[in-house]
Write a protein that binds this ligand. Structure first.
Ligand SMILES: [Zn+2]
Ligand SMILES: [Zn+2]
Length: 212
């Protein structure tokens, strides 16, 4: 589904074991969090119906390395030759991610990530730890859009009880992003939040929950 001119959402196909996938088109051709390989074909078909060509993807960015976000990475690489970027701190939790993948019945294989943070004009990669140590958010100031992974959702925040999680880091990250101009908050799970007022309301609600 196209949300903005060059920003597309492919909703999670399952509440557990998959995530919202976003595509940044235009000059970018970046796929964010391909999710679970079991559902990637259905997302690709939806892309094709909207005129998005998966072979054009240059870069896959993971908001973090949990398998419900990253397990389909290699599938996309095979189709497009794209590079992958995940924050280096995420690579430490690979062994744990294999365990969650087995637990969630997600087919997961190691992937190679470039160690350099991608530099794309008009895109800011923000290190926003808390849910995991290497969680990032992707901010597009021109369209006041942020992709938050599992940092913040509509009415909730990501869990911090898994390896690499930290509730104090999560509060700091929320405080940081809540200062940005945001009209579209695009989370890793659940519904998006659109409109500056709605986004502010969402931060307020979440602030009551976790006191950041
Ligand atoms: Zn996660
Ligand atoms: Zn997730």
């Amino acid at each position: 589904m196209r949300i903005l001119k060059h920003i597309y959402l492919y909703r999670e196909r399952s509440r557990i074991g998959d995530c919202n996938t976003y595509y940044l088109g235009g000059k970018y051709n970046i796929l964010v969090d391909p999710g679970n390989p079991k559902f990637i074909q259905s997302k690709i078909e939806e892309m094709e119906r909207e005129g998005v060509d998966i072979k054009q993807v240059r870069l896959v960015i993971n908001t973090h390395a949990h398998p419900d976000h990253s397990a389909a990475n290699n599938f996309i690489v095979k189709l497009s030759g794209a590079k992958i970027f995940v924050h280096p701190l995420e690579l430490r939790s690979f062994e744990f991610n294999k365990i969650i993948a087995r637990f969630l019945n997600i087919e997961f294989s190691d992937f190679k990530s470039s160690s350099e943070t991608p530099k794309e004009e008009g895109i800011q990669i923000l290190h926003t730890p808390g849910h995991t140590a290497g969680s990032i958010s992707i901010y597009l100031p021109h369209s006041k859009t942020i992709i938050t992974g599992d940092l913040i959702f509509r009415g909730a925040v990501g869990r911090t009880d898994l390896p690499g999680g930290s509730s104090s880091d999560l509060r700091n990250s929320l405080a940081t992003i809540s200062k940005l101009k945001i009209a579209y908050l695009l989370p890793g799970h659940g519904e998006i939040v659109s409109g500056e007022k709605e986004v502010q309301k969402n931060f307020k609600k979440v602030k009551e929950l976790v006191k950041f």
